[in-house]
Ligand binder design. Structure first.
Ligand code: DPN
Ligand code: ZN
Ligand code: CA
Length: 433
């Protein structure tokens, strides 16, 4: 199904009776997303099924069917004009690979990434999990090329290895990106299982922060609303490859049609299918074959992926307001409270609806930290309160809702180390108006 972007995004002209516009419509800032033919996605799935069949029945990490899957996708992407990279890593003593494909157009400092895992489990061919996301992404990427998309931003697709062994490939990719490269990634959207035979239509994002995730959630929900398909917001935690990106402070989101979970009767009423049965009864089993796909769900999700890729990559960021930074290091000794000031001047008197705070705190245990932003009048805004468990640094951006707060003056970042043993440093922080 073709998904239209909202008319308001397409023309700034004034609509007259009969649909004529008073002024010539300026160039659209978002291009209409194409309809992805589901038969093309199914053709890729058939290829992956054949690869599994020819290689002992699976496409698992360390097995020949995995490498053959990489080779198949890479050849198609190379032929379409992508710049592809096969990135090796080791897991369980054997080599695995990530496949990256960059569309060499648009601003290389603003990268939109879309990805999913290409490996399966040993038990079967892994067609819904995750031939479905892999094939939908491949077809969207090939459509980007065939339409000669000229995006404002850089588009990069990732097919991850060894997800089924604990998100190994995607974690390796993120951890091995230099921090300057990480900072260029505006968003990562993940597609893992998008053709479940008893489908749900689930959207997920990183709740709260990293900031930008809420915008991704809306971009992922919008195409389903246009198709008249209700979605549910779900939390998948760290169960797929978005996790490494979220941990690095990158905005994430994704689509999911369900795995071993059971469809409720309310869900069967709105989505069809069978209540009391798993969304994917063949999850991680030998029966996860091309017969284990709901073609309607696959079609809708492929179109939604195209919508998200088009919307995110062809919409340039609005001009940012001024940024005020303090990059003087401040040590955070054990069990103490420290402050770092930023003086704001020359902006409108009151804070706009959303103020972005970027924080770069290096610490050996972020669960010790309570971090607040203090407005010039001393009003505290909590950014972080000892969450994040045993992870270390606190690096990312937060949206602070403080409309009407006095903007000009001295703001402070207050960092309290609330537990013994671990310590750290405020590396830098900023206020983005
Ligand atoms: N990570 C999926 C798997 O490969 O087993 C299952 C899954 C996908 C779970 C997306 C939650 C969300
Ligand atoms: Zn899986
Ligand atoms: Ca401590």
């Amino acid at each position: 199904m073709r998904i239209r972007v909202p008319l308001a995004a397409l023309t700034a002209g004034v609509l007259l009776a009969g649909g004529a516009t008073a002024t010539a419509a300026p160039a659209p800032d978002t291009l209409a997303a194409p309809d992805i033919p589901v038969a093309n996605v199914q053709a890729h799935l058939n290829q992956l099924q054949s690869i599994a069949t020819a290689n002992g029945g699976n496409r698992a990490h360390g097995q020949p069917g995995y490498r053959a899957s990489v080779d198949f996708l890479q050849a198609r992407l190379d032929a379409a004009g992508y710049v592809t990279t096969v990135q090796p890593f080791t897991s369980g003593g054997v080599t695995g690979w990530n496949l990256l494909a960059e569309w060499p157009h648009g601003d290389a400092n603003s990268v939109i990434m879309a990805g999913g895992h290409l490996d399966g489990v040993n038990a079967g061919p892994g067609i819904n999990d995750n031939g479905s996301g892999s094939s939908a992404l491949l077809e969207v990427a090939l459509t980007v090329a065939s339409q000669n998309l000229a995006p404002a931003k850089r588009l990069r697709f990732g097919w991850w290895g060894a997800e089924e062994r604990g998100l190994v490939g995607s974690t390796y990719y993120v951890n091995n990106l230099p921090s300057t490269e990480r900072a260029k990634i505006d968003a990562y959207i993940n597609f893992d299982m998008v053709g479940s035979p008893n489908p749900g239509y689930f959207v997920y994002s990183a709740s709260g922060q990293p900031s930008g995730s809420l915008e991704l959630q809306r971009v992922l929900e919008a195409p389903f609303a246009q198709m008249g398909v209700p979605t549910e917001l779900t939390s998948v935690g760290g169960r797929s490859d978005h996790a490494a990106f979220a941990n690095a402070g990158i905005a994430v989101g994704g689509l999911f049609t369900g795995a071993e979970g059971i469809k409720t009767s309310a869900q069967a009423q709105k989505w069809g299918g069978t209540a009391g049965q798993a969304y994917d009864p063949c999850y991680h089993r030998s029966c996860d074959t091309t017969a284990n796909i709901n073609v309607t769900a696959l079609d809708r999700n492929a179109d939604a992926i195209a919508y998200a890729v088009w919307t995110l990559s062809t919409t340039a960021d609005p001009d940012p307001g001024p940024r005020f930074t303090n990059d003087t290091d401040v040590a955070i000794p054990d069990l103490t409270t420290v402050y770092s000031p930023v003086t704001v001047s020359g902006v409108p008197a009151t804070v706009p609806a959303s103020l972005t705070v970027g924080v770069d705190i290096r610490h050996t245990y972020r669960g010790d930290l309570v971090v607040d932003l203090l407005a010039p009048d001393g009003t505290p805004y909590t950014l972080h309160n000892r969450t994040g468990g045993s992870a270390d640094d606190l690096v990312g951006t937060y949206s602070v809702n403080a409309p009407g707060e006095t903007a000009n003056g001295e703001w402070r970042l207050r960092v309290r180390d609330a537990a013994s043993a671990d310590t750290g440093t405020i590396n830098s922080w900023y206020l983005q108006f």
